[in-house]
Design a protein around this ligand. Structure first.
Ligand code: S3P
Length: 462
């Protein structure tokens, strides 16, 4: 908090970020109240993929021509990216029912925003934009909410500095990020110490503006939406299993983008239907890019009954309908190679583990400690509050499956934790009350409405 307050940053709307503003937000954040029991049935479509929605605006803005996007996620995170590009002079229509039209300004057509860009809760916006903006002619400052301003940014600012970027952080390596324009960037060959698609994408985006070639090698496969979309817009990306390279100085051509439903949002329903007897649910048009399907692998290893129906390719991304039916789950040792492929789905998977027979062990997932919240600690605290034997470890969790009592848990403003505990009510003995659920709107607007239609008994109360 102190870095936020001390810096005296102003938001885009001119308001000073201060303790009063932040705490007012927290106190008006709704609670979810979920009644125990029920099952999930029917068919539904969850909102558009968050990662692809961010990238569609960023690359659409830099392209030559008009990019038409369908299925865009109208959540606060992707809207933060959209607003950032509006503030940098890009003309964008929408979103209207998931349709957005971006009039590309070309690689050098962005203009200086009048104020700092406020990226809210969105780590993807901040990390990808830091790379994209490091090569512009103008200065820019990136800020966000309390969670985002506490997240580690050296993982992007250090390699960007090696490319010649000039970016100031706080002494703790956190935002505000003050990016100095007018620098000459040079391509680097970078071995990423952590498996992070945000870092990889940040450096590839900076690489578009660098002299020569920028190559990023990852220690384990991470989501490759940036590489796919760059190629789809005519920018050559040379890839082998663990490495992606771009040459600076090229152009992007506008293209139609069809954003599939987000497997990370589908994950709550995959878990909910798996744990609730009587469930039989079809989740339509879900992105099943192999760099995102760890949740399917892990749930299947636990005994889940998930069928991939009608697999197809839409705009360079694999898509399918997922049919999930209740099945008794068993505890497993989660294979470490699945961790980056399911990195956002662990809050939901921990709920599945709490309902499984036997012990589930997760290790090698220390990255969960620096997400929108410390997802290891916050989930362990919440599960314990519901009577589950869950022990946090430095890099994961050990969960003994069994009964889930009711009770009150704090999501700590983390959207995925709020939605995961909501699904836990399908198997709990009494009501589950979840605090601080406002940020569900960052990735899943109308989660309560859609989950209710499927059969979860849930209300949002102020
Ligand atoms: C994302 C990458 C992942 C993921 C995040 C979205 C992206 O973050 O957790 O929700 O769109 O590139 P890391 O790169 O920090 O693993």
């Amino acid at each position: 908090m102190s870095n936020v307050m001390d810096s005296g940053i102003r938001r885009n709307d001119g308001r000073e970020i201060n303790q009063g503003f932040l705490s007012m937000n927290k106190h008006s954040s709704p609670q979810f109240k979920a009644t125990p029991g029920g099952s999930l049935k029917g068919k539904l479509r969850v909102p558009g993929d968050k990662s692809i929605s961010h990238r569609s605006i960023m690359l659409g803005a830099l392209a030559d021509g008009v990019t038409e996007i369908q299925g865009f996620l109208e959540g606060e995170d992707s809207l933060a990216t959209l607003k950032a590009f509006l503030a940098m002079g890009v003309s964008i229509d929408g979103p209207h029912e998931g349709r957005v039209v971006v009039k590309g300004v070309g690689m050098h057509g962005l203009t200086a925003p009048a104020t700092a860009l406020d990226l809210g809760n969105s780590g993807t916006s901040m990390r990808l934009l830091s790379g994209l903006l490091a090569g512009q002619e103008f200065d820019v400052e990136l800020v966000g909410d309390h969670s985002l301003m506490s997240r580690p940014m050296r993982r992007v600012t250090e390699p960007l500095a090696k490319m010649g970027a000039v970016i100031e952080t706080t002494d703790e390596g956190t935002a505000p990020l003050r990016i100095r324009g007018g620098q000459t960037l040079k391509g680097i060959d970078y071995d990423m110490p952590v498996a992070s698609a945000q870092v990889k994408s940040c450096l590839l985006l900076a690489g578009l503006y660098a002299q020569g070639k920028t190559c990023v090698t990852e220690p384990a496969p991470t989501r490759d939406h940036t590489e796919r979309m760059l190629s789809g817009m005519g920018y050559e990306v040379v890839r082998n299993t663990s490495r992606a390279c771009v040459e600076g100085g090229g152009h992007l051509k506008a293209a139609a983008i069809d954003v599939p439903s987000d497997i990370s949002s589908a994950a709550f329903f995959l878990v909910g239907a798996s744990i609730a007897p009587g469930s039989d649910l079809l989740i339509e048009h879900v992105g099943i890019n192999p760099t995102r399907t760890g949740v399917l692998e892990i749930l299947r290893l636990m005994g889940a009954d998930i069928e991939v129906q009608n697999p197809r390719e839409v705009g360079g991304e694999p898509v399918a309908d997922l049919r999930v039916r209740y099945a008794p789950l068993k505890g497993i040792d989660i294979p470490v190679e699945q961790v980056p492929l399911a990195i956002d789905e662990f809050p939901a998977l921990f709920v599945a583990a709490a309902c499984a027979e036997g012990r589930t062990v997760l290790a090698g997932a220390e990255e969960l400690r620096v997400k929108e919240s410390d997802r290891i600690q916050v989930m362990a605290d919440g599960l314990q509050a519901l009577g589950v034997d869950a022990q946090a470890t430095p890099d994961g969790m050990i969960i003994e499956g069994g009964a889930i009592n009711g009770g009150r848990v704090d999501s700590c403003g983390d959207h995925r934790i709020a939605m995961s505990f909501a699904m836990a009510a399908l198997r709990s003995r009494s009501e589950i009350v979840i605090d601080d659920c406002d940020n569900v709107n960052t990735s899943f607007p109308d989660f309560v409405g859609l989950a209710s239609t499927a059969g979860l008994s849930i209300q949002a109360v102020r």
